[in-house]
Design a protein around this ligand. Structure first.
Ligand SMILES: *C/C=C(C)/C=C/C=C(C)/C=C/C1=C(C)CCCC1(C)C
Length: 264
């Protein structure tokens, strides 16, 4: 008999394998001393590989974990595509690809927040309130960040409101309903995954505001004009952050899923 789920996951994995390299065949001319361009290239390939890995691995985890792994694969898939575009913008123009960056975040950050919801749902303690609060926190963090970086509002105003959005997310996953549910009701494998995930959102996500500070405050000359070092550091820091927060985050979920699936 044909196992439909298995075939579907193989089909998805194969599609990713075919589509992603096609998108990567850009006519970009990477210079050997363009380290920001190199970082775009490295992260785009790591994201593409992670996508194939997460989708493929859905086959070897138990049912309740499959959705979490698929979402991890979607995050890296969406990001890989945006990285191909961002890489080309950077290599062709030397400019910061702010709009692609934020479109990517606008899709992938809510998906990462859904991971918290899914991991709690897998043990039957998720509520709609958790989902909505994490989503609102995401928007309050990202929209002002974009408006600041794109020059629609004051750079500091965008930063401050964005920070408040991030703190709201942290509050929810540590002390709010989500944090309490995980604390009180989760079995060990889920609890340790949840713990590790929220530390990524604390420490790993802190890399982003750091990039913002380097890009808009540190490398600004006496006349208030940004220097090339500003956009270089901004992009290197954001690229590194995406590597940690999309791939390492997914690997944590994969680790929890495979350990939990072996036990049951
Ligand atoms: C995959 C992409 C991720 C996980 C992106 C996360 C982005 C942030 C945590 C951004 C945070 C920011 C602030 C906390 C202050 C304002 C500036 C931002 C938007 C860079």
């Amino acid at each position: 008999m044909i196992d439909v789920k298995k075939s579907l996951s193989r089909f998805l994995t194969a599609s990713a394998l075919i589509i992603l390299p096609t998108a990567a065949l850009a006519a970009a001319d990477l210079k050997s001393d363009d380290f920001v361009g190199i970082s775009f290239w490295l992260v785009s390939m790591a994201l593409a590989a992670a996508t194939v890995f997460f989708l493929w691995e859905t086959q070897s985890v138990s049912g309740k974990w499959k959705t979490s792994l698929v979402v991890s694969g979607l995050v890296t898939f969406i990001a890989a595509f945006h990285y191909f575009y961002m890489r080309d913008v950077w290599i062709a123009t030397g400019e910061t690809p702010t709009v692609y960056r934020y479109i990517d975040w606008l899709l992938t950050v809510p998906l990462l927040m859904i991971e918290f919801y899914l991991i709690l749902r897998a043990i039957g303690v998720a509520t709609a309130g958790i989902f909505w609060r994490l989503l609102i926190g995401t928007l309050v963090m990202l929209v002002p960040g974009y408006l600041g970086e794109a020059g629609y509002i004051n750079i500091t105003l965008g930063f401050v409101i964005g920070m408040l959005g991030w703190f709201y997310i942290l509050w929810e996953i540590f002390a709010g309903e989500a944090g309490k549910a995980a604390e009180q009701k989760a079995p060990p494998a889920v609890k340790s995954a949840y713990n590790a995930m929220r530390w990524i959102v604390t420490v790993g996500w802190a890399i982003y505001p750091l990039g913002y500070v380097f890009g808009y405050y540190v490398f600004v000359d006496a006349a208030g004009v940004t220097t090339p070092a500003a956009s270089q550091s901004l992009n290197i820091i954001y690229n590194f952050a995406d590597f940690v927060n999309k791939i390492a985050f997914g690997l944590l979920i994969w680790y929890a899923a495979t350990s939990d699936s072996k036990q049951t």
